[in-house]
Design a protein. Sequence first.
Lengths: 241, 301, 269
Amino acid sequence: MIDIAGILIDNILYVLLITLGGALISLSVHFVPVGGAPAAMAQATGIGTGTVQLAAGAGLTGLVAAGAVMQVSNSLPLVLAAGAVGAMIMMSVTMIVGTWVYVYGVGCPPASAKVKYDPITKDRQDLYVSQGTEGHGLPTVSYVSGVLGGLFGGLGGSLVYHSLITAGMGPDVVMSNLIGLASVFAVGIFFVNAVIPSYNIGGTIEGFHDPKFKKWPKAVFSSLIATFMCALVAVLAIGGL
Amino acid sequence: MEPLISMGVLALMGAAATVAGASEDLESDVGSQSNPNSQVQLAPQMMYPHRIYNKAISGEPPSNALMCAVGGTTATVLMSAYNMSPVFAIAMGALIAALVHGTYSVTAFLGRPTSQKRFKQPVYLDILWSHTPVIMGYSYITTFCILVISYLMVSVLGHPFPLPLIAFIWGITIGAIGSSTGDVHYGAEREFQSVEFGAGLNAANSGNIVRKGESGLRNGFDNSWFCAKFGGPVTGIAFGMVVFLSGWVTTVFDPAKGIAIGWLSVIAGVILVLIMILWNRKIEVAARAAYGPYKEDEVAA
Amino acid sequence: MSAGGPGGEAHGGVAPGKMIVFGLLGGLICIYAAHFLAMVNPVFSFIGALGAVCAIVWGADAVRRVCSYGLGTGVPSIGMIALGMGVIASLFGLAVGGLAGPIVAVIAAAIIGLVIGILANKVLGMNIPIMEKTMVEIGVAGALTIVGLSTTMAGTFMFAEVLELVVAPGYIAVIFIAGGMGILHPFNACLGPDEEQDRTLAVAFEKGGIAMVIAGIVSMVISTAAAIPSIVIGLLIWYISFAKFYELTKRDAYKVLGTGLLPTEEELQ
């Protein structure tokens, strides 16, 4: 058996950082404009896929970038920034190509049905909503919101990864074991925190201007508790290496 | 590493990613997967039975992650336990992955219509026999290309994550991109070609998918033929861009050379994102001008 | 996502209690049997994957029960959260538990699952009556699946070996997704108003068989002798349960046709 109390006291900072990372991931999911199945039929504003999947896709792309940078630099801000940029690039590319498809392939201008005027561009929205739908495509506000979602998701994911690696770092640690364990824990924590907010918003949200966005404290609170528990066990497992 | 060589590797990864993205999207179109499939699923309930494959394997991200993780695992085992050449190991890994994906497709196709007995949707075995090999073929191409990307990242660019995990993550990402971009072309346009171009799907039309083809009854092949003209290629561009751009910023500005250069790579990434925000805005403005509003403003009229 | 829509309690078939006994006890017994017998001869490591099959079938049944209520998002999300908490709990269990590792993993997964279930109902307001219970079941099933498949891959569940042979080379990723898909896919594939438990669970056995074959492929790294039983028995499970599934499809489907036109207007009335 390993010294549980000792490891916890040594690593309490990392437990808290991981918890913070989980909360960031949970918050990020609220920013990502996903319309679920209706959006795939140009029936609702947002990206035509599921919340969990898109957030995970963006966040894990960020994790890959953070992992690469962590290999060559131990500066925490740089690793976080690399993760955030990786996730933001993934979100931006996905959304810009999504816009191509909505505009050139389907022939719908981007429009939101939840607000009358786009809060950023002040463009009128309701006139551009096709009959019988709840908006379609990605108006600028949703696009910016999605980029912010990528930012927070990437930050959160790389914060979790960085904390796990630093917590496990020791004089006689085999690096490949540590990286394998930390990366799979990061993936696990990411999925837990991507699913919790998707239950909160019921699968679809347009971005930070959507009324559903106001529900975020509930999900972030739940994620704080759930991630705290995951962080405890993860740090115990990784600290005992 | 020599910067030009890493640029070359990156270009190869981008090319492989473009092929992977296109085949991923066409694989989901021929089998009808993910969100557009909800309409295929709904159709019989609305009295529109059809002859379209119903490949309800979760969302695209988990199913692609499964393919890629299985392929990556098999390839790694063959390389480490039997010292096989990477090319052969990757090909074998992709083959096993395609077989596994085939069984998932078959169970979904048999399972969903059967659970709709009361709506009288028959299970057509000829659709099963003709479409499943095509689905497996596309999934082979996707897995092969993702494994090439993952292998290059791990062995040439020196990424610390193990190959199966990288393949798994790219599988999630490609699935997320495919279902966000190319699938919309299938769901919003091809399934509802009978309604006017430029209209979103009116909720009243839900389930009323086009069921007749250019010749005979429409099936998944007809859908992938259509989507191969736009949805598939743009999905390819999307995934290629993600792989290329996210690697490009750290290849040109290599963080290994110092903190300052590392921050330059971050700035380069942020600039790319800002450019895309502006680009999206330009398309939005152009689309609003070109297509015009759907209804008149009541106050002005 | 093509969610099941608002529904009610899942109907019919084998009672949840029996499934819990089957999954929990079957899983644990197989994992311990594999661990101790594989010390005698590595050939017996395949038994661990049998435990994973039990856990996958149990997990799929729990998913079926909770998703019958309609989650508001797709079925896949619950499989992902199951394996997300499962992977953390199981590696923790193996790391601190030593010989009691699988049991510690089960307890850790149960606690995390219970907390997430309570949060989902009380804080997020999902109000699904069996949410807490099934979250525990799904988390434990996920953890047992991971421990079972890892035991087959490494030939033991001792943390040092699992870390070196399963986690560090990244095979844990395939366990994560093959186990997760095994738990979420059966109900997702058979979703619909005329879903039947026996048909759904036949798919669960089939996916368990595939996971076992994959674990067998990985165990080639240790020895070919250990790999062959896993692959052969996995294929056997796959074949038997697929044949059963096809038989049940023919029983339940409106019609299974070689080919044909669409049903006529009169037929649909």
